[in-house]
Design a protein around this ligand. Sequence first.
Ligand code: C6P
Length: 403
Amino acid sequence: MNAFRKDFPVLSENKYAYLDSAATAQRPVQVLKAVEDFYRTANANPLRGLYELSIKATDAYEDARARVARFIDASSSEEVIFTKNTTESLNLVAYSYGRAFVKEGDEILIAVSEHHSNIIPWQTLAKEKNAKLVYLYPNEKGEYSLDEVKAKCNSRTRIFAMAQVSNVLGIPKPIKEYAKIAHSVGAVMVVDGAQSTPHMKVSVRDMDADFFAFSGHKLMAPMGIGVLYGKKELLEAMPPFLTGGEMIEYVTEQSATFAEVPHKFEAGTVNAAGAVGLAAAIDYLENVGFDFIEKTEEKLTAYLLDELKKVPHITVYGSDSYKEHVGIVTFNVDDCHPHDVASILDADKVCIRAGHHCAQPLMQFMKVNATNRASLYFYNTEEDVDRFLTSIKNVRKELGYGS
Ligand code: C6P
């Protein structure tokens, strides 16, 4: 039995085989306690009050920012902006950096496998600015070759935005190499780290990302807290995204000057309890260790893939190598709608995701309407995978097929 599992209330009684961590992770008691402790002992509006309790809240919030900066290897806390989630982080870049620096005729380069959160903000920007949205397409292994990237990244490219790990195929990308190409033509590299940050050590400095977005909830933090990392000189040159309280320096009836980064991008009362929960989740994650996370996920993915491929009438998408799935296994069962598959598994308390996974351009490219997806995290066990396999072998019979 996995030693960490007892920390997760939803998993502790083994009621569910939870195989949907790519959608959101479960939270350990350590994170729940950190959030409760904040509200019990330090609850006041941060960044405003001059009294002890408010200063405690401010300190807890700013300590969490410093914890995140160390976690992703940012140069300083000022480069860490708290947002709601990856979606808001990417919108912040598109609305602020994009509207200030993208002009008519410029190009924005993205991959066809992006999540809608890394497509729609750029579609909207391109339409508004009369810029062109250019797509990269993967080879048969699901990879975006450096030749394809070099061919499409040119002097008109202002922004190259890409997920470090796809939420459908899992395949990790050589972001450091892509960033070199982007920088060689003067473009900025925007990285969607929603599916990478929970599973692998991230260094924004080593990959040389200009912007890096991720969500707390996929790495066991509460929902509603996310991060945008940005290089300080870029953040300083950008106009605010949302405006209002706490993001200003001085306001008159007709004009305002703005606070320094990162507060310029954090209008209104902040999610301090969420930030504290995120810091606790990072502590927990680093205590588990990325070595353990990678080894456990690889072992379970290899087992799941091998056994799933033996089941008749199953198509598995993505790499043939279990090492390139980052815990994500996407598949279809012949003649069965993914929603029916997920409902049949639900009856056995096996939780998987079904649908287009907010990646419809990728579905169109793969010529499918929808798929099923099982996704693993370090707290999963072989027993979870066995429950999934037993249930999946039953699906076609349940739907009236002979075999
Ligand atoms: N993917 C999934 O089941 P938010 O919703 O803002 O926390 O994350 C958006 C997002 C952005 N990029 C990638 C690569 C993602 O996987 C996600 C979220 C979930 O695949 C929910 S759709």
